[in-house]
Design a protein around this ligand. Sequence first.
Ligand code: NAP
Ligand code: 8YV
Length: 326
Amino acid sequence: MAEKADVLLLGPAMPMIVEGIDKNFTLHKLWETSDHDALIARLAPTLRAMAGGGGNQPNVDGAFMARFPKLEFISSFGVGYDYIDAGWAGEHGIIVTNTPDVLTEEVADTALGLLICTVRELPRAERYLRAGKWLEKPYPYTKATLRDRTVGMVGMGRIGRAIARRLDAFGVPVVYHSRRPQAGVAYRHYPDLIAMARDVDTLMIIVPGGPSTRNLIDMKVLQALGPNGIVINMARGSVIDEPALIRALQSGTIMAAGLDVFAEEPKVPAELVAMDNVVLLPHVGSASVHTRNAMGQLVIDNLLAWRDGQPPLTPVPETPYPPRKR
Ligand code: NAP
Ligand code: 8YV
């Protein structure tokens, strides 16, 4: 029987991923090794495949990948892969796969949940009931409602479209910003984010993380959104200038925010935790057993396709298949 290929798992992962790799490959767990450099040095000359994306992994930048001269394949958990320099991987003949589509509807459901919780203050109303305050007087009417809002989507890809479909069903007008108009999308496109922020009162952020979106939502955007403004971030913490957001919430520059993602997860700034006009979720956009299992299966299926010499199931756009020659 042929020897099993080595796979380096970069950080903690779901049991089904660990077991799936262990069954089909020779598994090496980087995060469980006290001496990372020694393990890397031992594997580097021959290692051809890695997996990661569950958090707590090293940044997979050019310098990291360059340590593995035979590296061919990185199977990443999650649709976002901003911890990997996929451009460098593509230029060096390395294929990166992610887990798109299988999580789209789940994340869109969570986004709508977070939007409604933020606009109608549902977590705060529940805290009110649990504290016994309803016995004294009813919870006050909420200042905000979805009934008079327009949502400016920042990003109109797979998940953005699924969110927009749900907003259509709720009767909420939608416009969007992305670098280019998206094919087949009829909503009004704003090439200029500030112009869109001026025209709407709600931003729904669902773009990839990484250098091209770092601090895209800054104080200027928040000022353009204005005092009725509500910001929902389902994307990555890096997309918002977090200190600027905190100042804008404290000063009334905007009204409220709903956040599933943060700049330094799992750390959440104490200022945000102390505020009543924010709803905070611990990055649970896709986190149901159903959807996480589908994502985990795709991580394994991509690795098996690589092992069997088949095309990758879900390569990222920066690393087209077949790969460039190294
Ligand atoms: P996608 O299909 O690739 O869509 C990305 C959208 O963002 C496109 O409309 C793209 O349009 C736009 N975009 C990209 N770069 C931009 C930039 N610099 N400025 C403005 N718009 C930009 O991705 P998806 O599947 O919808 O996923 C989007 C992201 O959601 C993921 O990358 C991940 O970070 C996040 N996410 C979060 C969770 C969670 O649990 N909270 C779960 C899943 C995904 P253009 O290229 O034309 O600009
Ligand atoms: C992932 C996500 O589960 O897919 C993404 O981009 O943000 C989540 O669905 C998360 O990245 C896992 O760490």
